[in-house]
Design a protein around this ligand. Structure first.
Ligand SMILES: C[S@@+](CC[C@H](N)C(=O)[O-])C[C@H]1O[C@@H](n2cnc3c(N)ncnc32)[C@H](O)[C@@H]1O
Length: 307
């Protein structure tokens, strides 16, 4: 049914997000447009949807609908674009993080270790830094940070060392060449799991995924009106931790600041308290849903009085 991307937690996310059919909503990760189309179905003729995607391939999939605008740009600039479009404050924002099945399935994009192609991993062609560039130019310390932090790779130090020593003598510009260069680090029993972690770490670094998400989460309180929702679907614990912290403590570090009465002041109330995950039937029909966690924050009336 979905040729480009099978949307994860489609109805639970869109049902939670859209509570005002006349409202203005934002989908910061348009992808194949599965969530965006479902949002449009819930809106009246007065409603509006502004979607973002930095991948040039998504433009051709934009619905031709007068209520819809596609911004082919990084959602790091959501605040600037929404202000420019005079759309703030909006009724809700949805983020379905990471990459689409289409991006994974095209070998030329370099996201999948099981395909061959250039070691690229850029979500947008306008990004000057590819995975090959990082592999070829990052310091050992930087590589070690990327593999440890973003991939939780146990032998990150050894892996970084092998990469540095392969420069100049091995082909590090293609997936096949890179895999051959790090073969002595790759566990024989679970190569796919290891390579998935290595590729995830590089993808996060190439696209600055953590920094970009932090910007969106920090801006969200000024963009969403009281009662509006911030719905985030994430696929690894680093992303989910930031969202959980924001909704539970009001800051991305997870520091609890209480007032005299022991209350925590925060811009979003999480609803429900725990993350929502796909049911077995969805995981059965869509393997990508396996690692998904969705959190819903409801913007309250609290205003930040300090920076
Ligand atoms: C998981 S897919 C979204 C799928 C979409 N919900 C659907 O139903 O088809 C994530 C999409 O977000 C885009 N994306 C990820 N990070 C982005 C960013 N910082 N700025 C803009 N687009 C981004 C990717 O290019 C990809 O197309």
């Amino acid at each position: 049914m979905y040729d480009y991307h099978n949307p994860v937690l489609l109805h639970p996310s869109v049902d939670a997000l859209v509570t005002n059919p006349d409202g203005t909503y934002v989908d910061v990760t348009f992808g194949g447009g599965g969530h965006s189309r479902a949002i449009l179905e819930k809106l009246s003729s007065k409603g509006k949807l502004i979607s973002f995607d930095q991948d040039e391939d998504t433009v051709a999939r934009a619905p031709k609908d007068p209520r819809f605008t596609l911004v082919n740009h990084n959602f790091q600039f959501t605040k600037q674009y929404l202000e420019f479009l005079k759309a703030t404050p909006v009724d809700g924002i949805l983020a379905d993080l990471g990459i689409s099945s289409h991006q994974i399935d095209v070998g030329e994009r370099g996201f999948a270790h099981r395909l061959n192609g250039p070691l690229d991993m850029r979500m947008s062609a306008s990004n000057p830094i590819s995975a090959a560039h990082i592999i070829q130019n990052a310091s050992e310390k930087e590589l070690n940070y990327i593999f440890k932090q973003y991939g939780e790779i146990p032998n990150a130090r050894r892996l970084s060392d092998i990469i540095i020593r392969s420069r100049g003598s091995k082909d590090l510009s293609t997936i096949e060449g890179f895999k051959a260069a790090i073969a002595t680090c790759t566990p024989g029993k679970t190569p796919a799991k290891y390579l998935s972690q290595v590729f995830q770490a590089l993808r996060i670094a190439v696209n600055k995924e953590m920094e970009v998400l932090e910007t969106l989460l920090n801006d969200a309180e000024t963009l969403i009106k009281p009662g509006g929702k911030l719905v985030v679907i994430s696929y690894h614990s680093l992303e989910d931790r930031l969202v959980k912290h924001l909704f539970q403590t009001g800051n991305l570090e997870g520091n609890r600041h209480t007032d005299l009465y022991g209350h925590i002041s925060k811009p979003f109330d999480n609803q429900p308290n725990a993350a929502i995950t796909p049911d077995e039937a969805e995981i059965e029909s869509n393997k990508r849903a396996r690692s998904a966690k969705m959190r819903i924050g409801v913007r309250n009336t609290w205003k930040r009085t300090h920076s």
